[in-house]
Write a protein that binds this ligand. Structure first.
Ligand SMILES: Nc1nc2c(c(=O)[nH]1)N[C@H]1C(S)=C(S)[C@@H](COP(=O)(O)O)O[C@H]1N2
Ligand SMILES: [Mo]
Length: 446
């Protein structure tokens, strides 16, 4: 343990096409560096580890059991050594990454969440994916205002202090960019789940229900049909949201995972539109205008439309349909050898809670039900697990989600029959990972 893991990890370049990076991808919480230590330091000494249980016998001579470790024979560090805590220095490989191939302009960019290294359903705030149309902005909360205007009897302007006095709710929801998994439409087969599905995160959000603010502004029923949400950044981000949805579960949120939103994610105020594609979750939210028809702004007419096989554009496609992905084993990881392996992944639906997830080991011919971890919440990520004993032969891993509405995640063939091949957004097809005889996992499309 005297090797400096930072030095090893720094070698990993950010370019996803580089094999060094792929080797640094974490597997089941043990990053590649630590796995190598396990195999190298005493895996060799132990020799034949039982194939079914990857753990050493107590008398196997492991020096980290036999000898005292530095941390058990020295004084610990004092409390509040760091006023704001951070992960262990051994975990620096777990990081958001950008794909240079996708985003050449730094300010209009994406960083992907490292799904392959996360547990449960909550995304740590520092690993939440980012998508900015014109960079993130550093808003001074004392100067931030939220205006409610348009078809209202009483236009309102709130300060942050005003908003924090109002009734609040906290709810766990996923956010997925409509362009998540977009490269796969063209079968680009980006190498890791971080790049195939990493524009996805799930947090507990706290804030004021939008319905409270609309009522406070005395919005004009029944004339009001839609609200327009506008951000304070330079991108002029504006999205129309139907009034029924706005009055349902939309939150004007200031909190994320128990603290104020991070600047990258909209500090001090963002819209949370459960189940709806990320672009409608307007960050640095400064205005809600009530109107009687959709606004047809650039972000919903020129962008975020789906080109259908008949050549027409599908607009206002907002809901993220049921989808799932296996996060371990996944692309860029390597199985340590035949034997037991917990297959784990995430499932979600923008319509309701997940009802079930099936896992296939033979490219979709046979399916087995996975165990869902609790809680299983509507419009939130759901973690699934499936016991598997790998026999060392090549195989094709898939997961298939079904939500409470009965919607079943489609195959690529089924999705393309309806949507054609020219889409960018809303790819919720079944993902396939190929495991070869050496245990290496790659992204393939069936
Ligand atoms: N004001 C503003 N809001 C915005 C954006 C933006 O560029 N500006 N990007 C949108 C897009 S396309 C997505 S996918 C989500 C991403 O949210 P995140 O960065 O918190 O992950 O924010 C949305 N809200
Ligand atoms: Mo997005």
């Amino acid at each position: 343990m005297d090797r400096d893991p930072r030095a090893q990890v720094r070698k990993a370049p950010e370019n996803f096409l580089d094999p060094e990076l792929l080797r640094s991808i974490r597997t089941r919480g043990l990053n590649e560096q630590r796995r190598r230590l396990i195999r190298g330091a005493f895996g060799a000494a132990v020799g034949a580890l039982a194939a079914t249980a990857r753990a050493a016998e107590p008398d196997a001579g492991d020096p980290d059991i036999v000898n005292p470790t530095p941390w058990s024979t020295t004084l610990g560090k004092p409390v509040a050594f760091k006023p704001y805590g951070e992960p262990s220095r051994y975990e620096v490989a777990l990081a958001r990454r950008q794909s240079p191939g996708l985003t050449s302009v730094a300010q209009a960019s994406v960083s992907f969440a490292p799904l392959q290294g996360m547990f449960g359903i909550i995304t740590p705030s520092g690993l939440h994916f980012e998508r900015h149309h014109q960079g993130w902005v550093d808003v001074d909360p004392s100067r931030h205002r939220l205006m409610i205007n348009g078809l209202v009897g009483r236009p309102r302007v709130y300060t942050m202090d005003d908003l924090m006095r109002l009734p609040s709710v906290s709810r766990i929801h996923f956010i997925e960019c409509g362009a998540n998994t977009a490269m796969e439409w063209a079968n680009v087969a980006v190498p890791t789940v971080q790049y195939t599905h990493g524009m996805l995160s799930c947090s507990e959000f706290t804030g004021v229900p939008l319905s409270v603010l609309l009522d406070d502004a005395k919005f004009e029923r029944p004339k009001a049909k839609v609200v327009l949400a506008e951000g304070a950044d330079g991108s002029g981000m504006t999205r129309s949201i139907a009034i029924e949805r706005a009055l349902d579960d939309v939150i004007v949120a200031y909190g994320m995972n128990g603290e104020m939103l991070r600047p990258e994610n909209g500090y001090p105020l963002r819209l949370v539109v459960p189940g709806v594609q990320g672009v409608s979750w307007v960050k640095w939210l400064r205005r809600i205008e009530v109107g009687d028809q959709p606004y047809g702004t650039k972000d919903e007419v020129a962008h975020y439309v789906d080109l259908m096989p008949d050549g027409l554009l599908r607009q206002y496609t907002s809901i993220q349909e049921a989808k799932s992905v296996i996060t371990t084993p996944s692309g860029g990881q390597k199985l340590m050898g035949p034997g037991f392996c917990n297959v784990t992944g995430l499932a979600w639906s923008g319509r309701d809670a997940i009802k079930g997830v099936d896992v296939s080991f033979d490219g979709g011919r046979n399916w087995r039900p996975a165990r869902l971890e609790t809680p299983v919440l509507p419009k939130a990520l759901t973690r699934f697990n499936c016991d598997w004993t790998w026999d060392g032969k090549p195989c094709l891993l898939q997961s298939r989600a079904t939500d409470k509405t009965g919607f079943v995640q489609p195959t690529y063939r089924q999705l393309r029959e309806v949507r054609g091949t020219r889409s960018i957004y809303h790819n919720n097809a079944i993902q396939t990972w190929r495991v070869d005889a050496s245990g290496e996992v790659t992204n393939v499309q069936l």
